[in-house]
Write a protein that binds this ligand. Structure first.
Ligand SMILES: C[S@@+](CC[C@H](N)C(=O)[O-])C[C@H]1O[C@@H](n2cnc3c(N)ncnc32)[C@H](O)[C@@H]1O
Length: 303
């Protein structure tokens, strides 16, 4: 973009956002990502977008708003969403989920895969990759020869920047970030900088990373045995959350597993399809799902 930058605010220079501009940005973000920005998030919007305004050389938020809404603003919408999403995550976050996987859920599914069946896991809203790599570690701990079986993990996020970081699989401070020492030795090696740890080839082999906006169509025609969608829908409104629970349920076989974030709950409507099976852990009932996976287009695309 070739905007003049003489008027751009300097670092630390506070700019206010007027109500109309805030509402326009909130609507744009909601339309694209499902994320709800209440008035209470004004400060967050101001602080997260200030740097972007400086980079673009724009004088204030209403100029930014005009740009992002305009003909040339389509690409900028991606930056807008990236700036406003929360990507906080860590390895083995909410450890009880990983204990349940290892002790109860994975053994029969791995047994089935050893006998020629398939095992599919989806980390939806995977951020920078700590969640799917933790899942891959649990799979390899239960099945060291997983690569020889039909076992795959799909890891998706709407933000291409976090998907790129997840794919790179390079992390500083993995111990403070949840990886116990014995697992470090088996699944990470030190990269060129001494303090950066890189995930092993065995972990990478199990995972496919892809950009996917949960608000849009889901390009998978077959289901998953286990879905992790944790600390993602908390940013959406109740109606969107409900629709997503039902779409996830439609992708699970009877008995399939859904794991959600610590402050999230499956609402009453989806509880006909998903029954509690542990702390923020649900299982698919065998009731037929009324909602298609892709409610708008009514079609799935093979992957
Ligand atoms: C707080 S992180 C959660 C990461 C991980 N699941 C965990 O629990 O540690 C939330 C992630 O959801 C992603 N996200 C937000 N809206 C999304 C959407 N509409 N579709 C897909 N991902 C979305 C964000 O980009 C962010 O990486």
């Amino acid at each position: 973009m070739n905007a003049p930058n003489t008027l751009a605010p300097g670092p630390g220079q506070d700019l206010a956002i007027d109500d109309e501009t805030f509402r326009t940005i909130a609507r744009l973000v909601h339309d694209v990502s499902g994320i709800v920005l209440t008035e209470a998030k004004k400060g967050l919007v101001v602080s997260r977008l200030a740097r972007r305004l400086r980079q673009l050389g724009l004088p204030d938020y209403s100029a930014y708003c005009r740009f992002v809404e305009g003909r040339d603003g389509l690409e900028e919408r991606q930056h807008l969403i990236s700036a406003l999403t929360t990507n906080v995550t860590r390895f083995f976050r909410e450890e009880h989920h990983f204990v349940a996987l290892q002790e109860e859920i994975l053994p029969p599914l791995i047994e089935r895969a050893r006998n020629g069946g398939r095992l599919r896991i989806w980390s939806a809203g995977c951020s920078t990759g700590e969640e799917p790599y933790s899942l891959a570690i649990r799979v390899l701990e239960s099945c060291p020869d997983a690569a020889r079986h039909d076992i795959r993990i799909l890891a998706t996020d709407l933000d291409p920047a976090v998907i790129a970081r997840a794919r790179a699989g390079r992390y500083p401070d993995i111990h403070r970030n949840g990886v116990p020492k014995p697992l470090e030795q088996r699944y990470f090696h030190r990269a060129d900088a001494e303090t950066i740890f890189e995930v092993s080839a065995d972990l990478r082999r199990l995972i496919t990373f892809a950009e996917l906006n949960l608000m849009g169509d889901w390009p998978m025609s077959r289901g998953f045995d286990i879905i992790f969608c944790r600390n993602v829908v908390i940013y959406f409104d109740a109606e969107t959350q409900e629709r997503l629970w039902q779409r996830f349920a439609a992708l699970l076989p009877p008995g399939g597993h859904l794991f959600i974030g610590h402050s999230e709950r499956v609402g009453r409507e989806a509880q006909g399809l998903l029954v509690p099976a542990g702390i923020t852990q649900y299982r698919r009932t065998d009731a037929p799902s009324e909602l298609p996976v892709n409610p708008q287009s009514q079609k799935g695309v093979s992957t």
